[in-house]
Each structure stands twice: as C-alpha cells, then as structure tokens.
Design a protein around this ligand. Structure first.
Ligand code: ADP
Ligand code: MG
Length: 426
C-alpha cells in the first residue's frame, strides 16, 4: 500500500511559494501540511508535524534559510530537506548540502526533475510515492449472435459482485439495460463522453444510475442519434475512467465487431463469451474464437459460458468443449419463466430470487472471474446433477442417442460452418 508524502514549504518569495505549491498539488500522493515565509513560525511547525520533507526556497540572500535547514535537521531528523532556488550555482548547491539538505531543486520547477526529487525523497523516507492507479477489473459479456442472453447475464453478474461495480450498456443504438435494472437515469454515456475531460468523482457519479449500494448503470443514449457522436476512442477512455474508480466494470456490448465493441473488447481483462446449445450459436461462437485469435486476444482472456442449458438438449457441454477446443467455464440453466419474470420485474434474478438455481450458477461464474477460486476449474457438468435412478442404463442409452445425434449435428456444423476465412458476424 502506498502512502502520501507529506511536505512543508518555507519560502520568502511569493512566486516560488506558488510554484512549489502548484507542483505538489499536481501530483497524487503528495500532501502539503504547511507553508510559510517565516523561519521562526515554520520551525515549530516542522517539529510538530514531522513532515517527510521540507522544501526550502533560497532567495537572493539565502543565509537565514540555510540556518533553517540546519535547524530542521536537529528538530526533525527524519525530515528530508530539499533546497530550491533559481540560482543553481555549484556554490549554492554545496552550501545547501553542507547545511543538511538532501537534494536540490532548480527553479522554475521542471516536471521531470521534480519527479526525480520526489522519488528520491520517497526513498529516503521509505515511502512508496507513486501508487499505481486503481484498475478495476473490466469484463465484457459478449456474443456475436443476439438473443443468447448476454444482457441478462451481464446484469445478473454485475448484481452478484460484492464490490463497487458499474454496468455499461454499449448497445448504443438500442440499449435496454435500464429496464433490466429498473432504473430511470437522468444521464447516459453520451453525457459522460461529452464531459469526460472534466469528470471528477462527483460528476462521474451523477452520470450513473444507482441500482443498489454496489451497482450503478451507465446507460445507453436515450435517442439513437445521440450515439452517432460517440467514437471508439471515447468508449475506450470512458472505460478507463470507470475502472479507475470502480472495482468492476461489466460491459454489455453489441453483437457485432464494430469499432465501439472492439474498443471495449480490446481493453477488458476478460470476455465471457455466451452461447446457447444450438447449431447457429455454436457455429457463431466458433467463428468468434477465430476472430479473437486474429485480433491477438490470448485464449485465457476468453471464457465460455453456456446459457439456457437443459438436459433435454442432446448436446452436452463436453462435446461443445471438444468442438470449440476450449473449456466451458460456466453454464446457466434454461428457465424461461424465472428469467422473463425477473426481466419484466426490472430486478436481477440474483436479487429477486437469490436461492434459485440460476442465481447460484451466476454466482459460480462471478466467483471464477479474475482467476478466482473457480477460474480454472472446469464447469461442473450439469449432466452430473441429473437423476441418479437407473444411472448406468440411462447413461448407456443416453450416450448412444447423444452420439448418434451429435454425429448429425457435427456433420451439419462441418457442412455449414468451418473452413474458409471467418468473417465478422452480425
Ligand atoms: N437462462 C435462460 N433461460 C431462459 N431464458 C433465457 C435465459 N437467458 C436468457 N433468456 C431469454 O433470452 C432472451 C434474450 O435475452 P437477452 O439477455 O436479452 O439476450 P441478448 O442480450 O444476448 O440479446 C430473453 O427473453 C430472456 O428471457
Ligand atoms: Mg442484449
């Protein structure tokens, strides 16, 4: 964990004081405790505050200030003194060091030199000054085919995370996540894009629609034409801004490989690729994986989630894994009634019915995010939850049937799909 570097400034000249104050204010993780021009007032302050560093500006007559430097060493030996002056003559530098200064800063402040002085001061004080910016985990829930349930899954996944989370509706033309979350936002992503340069914490918050203590929505524009002004680079920086302030950014992109979607997919840590167990969806997933390969996404960035699983479907998860050459990370049972009711209620199922089977499956997927405990475990096979009665007989019957049907399904896939250049799927 990094700490702040604390400072006091002594400067008899107002210009130098302003300049040094501004230089400190421009850096994260520096904190100015006191500043003044009177050595007699500042010395007790140094003794009381024991700052990490004292910056002492030396004017045309530096004697009194150099005395102050000597006295700081005796009242607060742990305080690093940095002398600063427009005069960087070897003579003045030497006198500063002899008085006890640890470093010397040439004025006006040059940013690179100031960084070096800060780094050295931090090292002297055993403080780690440059904290990495927060970088929340960004996850896109994606399918190149509409209707597989990405909006439902993105919403429920976001609602199941127990840390500050923003759900981003990147269906800029026709986003409907406000309905999934039952919120009526005042602002949308179009407003944030327009004002992204000024977005401080309070302003950013006002652009989001709060759903619960941990979850807010960055909604899609209300009017489709407001989306026309939003470009890929805007989306990139909006996601950047969000992940600096939230632990999770869950994104529901469009089902196409347009530039906005790619800006999001490029940046996220993880892509949950959703498919259902029907031939068009599996074929589309296979093409998507090929496109991800061409885009250079590492395979571990992509996690496959099967939605609307049912034991009545005679294609099991392992067959899909073999076909796609990738493991299935999670599956969600088909329960149209429960899902549609939760959507119509405007409340994620993980909230409206947390003990439901689907809610448990969503939580399992959430637990596997970001290398979580379940990240590398294969999805527990839903087939294993099946009825145990007559297990062996049933299994043999089933296997025979599955093999037969998979053979025809695979033949169909081979005929329709694979081969040739994969093309963006719309
Ligand atoms: N696990 C599920 N079981 C049953 N129906 C589902 C399931 N997941 C999604 N659906 C249904 O599928 C439809 C499409 O879901 P949606 O999330 O809007 O898909 P997408 O955003 O991928 O187009 C919705 O009507 C939803 O009720
Ligand atoms: Mg959708």
């Amino acid at each position: 964990m990094s700490q702040q570097l604390t400072f006091v400034i002594l400067s008899s000249g107002l210009d130098s004081l302003r300049e040094l104050r501004a230089a400190l204010a421009a850096r994260d993780h520096t904190h100015l405790l006191a500043a003044g021009d009177d050595t007699e007032q500042m010395l007790p302050e140094v003794e009381r505050l024991r700052p990490n560093a004292a910056i002492v500006a030396l004017g045309a007559e530096p004697e009194q200030a150099l005395k102050f430097v000597e006295r700081v060493a005796s009242v607060s030996p742990t305080t690093a003194v940095v002398c600063a002056s427009r005069d960087a003559s070897p003579d003045l530098i030497l006198r500063s060091l002899r008085a006890g200064a640890r470093d010397f800063l040439h004025l006006p402040v040059a940013p690179a030199e100031f960084e070096t002085v800060l780094a050295r001061t931090a090292e002297f004080c055993h403080v780690q000054p440059v904290a990495k910016k927060k970088r929340g985990r960004a996850v896109a829930v994606f399918s190149s085919k509409g209707g597989c349930g990405t909006s439902f899954i993105a919403t429920n996944l976001a609602a199941s995370l127990s840390a500050p989370t923003v759900l981003v509706d990147l269906n800029l033309q026709a986003g409907d996540l406000t309905l999934f979350l039952g919120v009526e936002p005042k602002y949308t992503i179009a407003d944030l894009v327009e004002n992204r340069e000024q977005a401080d914490d309070a302003m950013l918050k006002s652009y989001l629609a709060p759903h619960s203590a941990n979850l807010s929505l960055l909604a899609a524009p209300r009017e489709a034409d407001a989306a026309d002004d939003i470009e890929a680079e805007h989306v990139f920086s909006v996601i950047q801004i969000l992940r600096e302030r939230y632990d999770y950014v869950v994104i529901d992109p469009q089902h196409t490989f347009d530039s906005i979607t790619l800006a999001a997919l490029d940046q996220v840590d993880e892509i949950l690729m959703v498919l259902t167990l029907d031939i068009p969806a599996i074929r589309s997933a296979q093409r998507t994986l090929a496109i991800f390969d061409r885009l250079g996404y590492p395979r571990h960035k992509v996690r496959i989630v099967v939605n609307r699983w049912s034991k009545q479907i005679d294609l099991d998860l392992r067959q899909v894994e073999r076909y796609l050459g990738e493991r299935v990370m999670g599956f969600i049972t088909s329960d149209y009634r429960a899902v549609v009711n939760s959507i119509n209620l405007g409340q994620p199922l993980v909230e409206s019915d947390p003990s439901s089977r689907i809610a448990g499956e969503i939580r399992q997927i959430a637990a596997g995010l970001g290398g979580g405990a379940h990240a590398n475990a294969p999805a527990p096979s839903p087939e294993a939850d099946g009825e145990r009665r007559g297990l062996l007989a049933g299994l043999f019957r089933r296997q025979a049937k599955v093999q037969e049907q998979t053979k025809s399904a695979r033949a169909l896939l081979d005929k329709k799909a694979v081969g040739g250049q994969p093309s963006p799927v719309g």
